[in-house]
Design a protein around this ligand. Sequence first.
Ligand code: FAD
Ligand code: ZN
Length: 470
Amino acid sequence: MSILDRLKDAAGPDGFSQDPAELAPHLEEWRGKYKGHSPLLLKPATTAQVSAILRLCHESGTAVVPQGGNTGLVGGQIPFHGEVVLSTKRLNRIRALDARGATLTVEAGVTLATVQQAAAEAGLLFPLSLASEGSCTIGGNIATNAGGTQVLRYGMTRALVLGLEAVLADGTVLDMARALHKDNTGYDLKQLLIGSEGTLGVVTAATLRLFPRPEVSVTALAAVPSPQAAVTLLGALQARTGGMLSAFELMPRIALDLVIRHIAGTRDLMPAPSPWYVLMEATGGRDANLAASLENGLAEAVTAGLVTDAVVAASQTQAAALWKLRESISEAQKREGASIKHDISVPVAAIPDFLARATPAVLAIAPGARSVGFGHLGDGNLHFNFNSPADGDDTAFLAKWDAVQQCVHDIVKDFGGSISAEHGIGAMKVAALPRYKSHAELDAMRAIKAALDPKNILNPGKTVPPVLKL
Ligand code: FAD
Ligand code: ZN
């Protein structure tokens, strides 16, 4: 029997497809940026089936690419070399919800939106929030250690996972779906798997940490004269609110201009334009009087010259309108034309100096490029993007991608930063990684990969750079 037939048997009668129409959406990501090919889509519905599949892959040396919602931005979920695709779409059960203990155990293929909803139905909150939440899966969120807009308060995905169930490359099941906040019994294997982008194991289920649902949420947009003012404002408002800020997002004026130009139903909410804006949110209980804390903090900031104008949302609708400005930036950038993107982080206080150095450096390579760097200032993470020159040629601009990216990443390195803050390495940045990570760290990564996946069958070629033979 061929290995493909044995894999089909292991996945069960409804657990596979070779129909090109069914495979197609699993071979290409939504932007059309990465496209692969595969002879077989596997759709196991149980952990035992995942284990049987991986045991066969391990024995036969068959490469396999785990895939959740296929929303990843670095090509990690695409079978570039004809690998078998293991989709988690049928691992979609909610296993347990413990409202008193505030934990939720779900299988890997449950979408993030469904997880959020299950938490909400129990009067609780699962705070991970991404624009892709309707399609991305919790398994994918864990595999990429996803970030998003609430990291400032709740941390990255790794801070939200109490326990994990995963299958290693040889089919061994690690049942670690424990609901423990504290567990110092040796190496924390779940944290090793979180962020490993499908290269060390397949996540099959997770026990997630839930939080109280905030009774009050205050959203405000502040016009600030500079990124430096924004950083100072962050410290002042964290002090004012007692650390209750849940989001603190920086936007340059051009981002707002593009959104207003391209996205229906958006408009400028301030009387005069400002070079920079911060969208912020504070959340807490009803007695905390957060609205007063934020309003007083902003008023003081106006007096101190840190803020030139501010709007505090008076209703949910107004808050949603403010968030729409922020959440539409990527779409508006796309409609405006070509862009070169980066997902970088530096220490929070270094953001102004980073912008002051990296922006002119990019313009020297791509004159006329429009700097649309925006994002999670509170986490030191910017989507440091550039649109093509207003009257420019998109193809000529995109030809500069590698030069621009290397220039930006080299500056990031000088600031002690990271070339991938929240999207991962995948296929996109694996070749660049050795320039920015030490030999010692890369060797440790390779040793772990070799120990857990000695035949290199799990997502080969992604995330862990090979040793270059000179
Ligand atoms: P996939 O894309 O299917 O896979 C991603 C990686 O995880 C691949 O390497 C894959 O092999 C691996 N993988 C998937 N499932 C498993 C599993 N069960 N076990 C082991 N490995 C697995 N990301 C952010 O961090 N912050 C954002 O704010 C953000 N915003 C986004 C907005 C949009 C509009 C889009 C399209 C994407 C955004 N992303 C963001 C990126 C993406 O949504 C996240 O990386 C998400 O966590 C991927 O989940 P997924 O289920 O789609 O995984
Ligand atoms: Zn982001």
